[in-house]
Design a protein. Sequence first.
Length: 300
Amino acid sequence: MTENKKLEEFLSLVDRYDFFDKLYDNIRLIDPENKKIIYCLNDQIIEEEGSCYGFWGDSKMCPDCVSMRAFKNEDTSVKIKYTQSSVYLVTALPVQIKNKKLVLEMIKDITNTITIEGQINGKSRTQMKNIAESLQNMVVRDGLTDLFNRRYIDMNMPKALEKAKKDGARLSVVITDIDDFKEVNDTYGHTVGDEVIKAFADIITRSIRKDFDWAARYGGEEFLICLPDSDGDKAGVIAERIRRTLSEKEFVSEGESFFVTASFGVCTVEPSSDMEYLEVIDCADRRLMDAKNEGKDKVN
């Protein structure tokens, strides 16, 4: 039996039996790449008006899109999603219809049906919202710096590129790495090294546009900065500001002061480009290596 046939039979069961209404409050097909709700009519795949995240009353894409995670991992994904008044369990199942990869989302309002130290009520909804937010942040946030993590990059860089292309805008990506960081750890210890990483992350956060640009810890002492609607010159100015601020910051360990520097690689994507997100990261990484080879503490 083909995957299309299996899905058709499943959706037929949904229509015929009301027990699915008790299991889930909403079942829908999602195109996570384009953020669209999909339905099939006369053997055609048709997009509904609006976006899939509009269901939640959101004006922008979900930072941890469960459907994109299911889509990329080709496996079922589950997350807790909250709104101002309700808590939902969302199950995302990757499917294929007419050779197009989609995701089946099954949504259940669990506000009044789960227990956390007692039944959820008006007094505990705030607590539940905080718990749900914490769980979501654990998935996409780096524990040391509170910046986004590698998972967030993998999920959101493709979306950022797609949006830039649709908007006809340039997008710049900066990859930066603390110079000679191993020497910091070897000389002052890993605890101090962690403080340097956190300080660098804080400088990055304060240097980019809130709720527009975003930054993530790419790994170790390396960071990625995504700058929508930014050409190479604008990205270079931001990177230079971060470089200068870090180089001027004094660190102290057991009465001894020291300074650190960082190198930067900038890659700008034109709206006409067909570069994939991994190619963009590789481009920025090569420029970072050039900056390192040219003496470090540089923006390239």
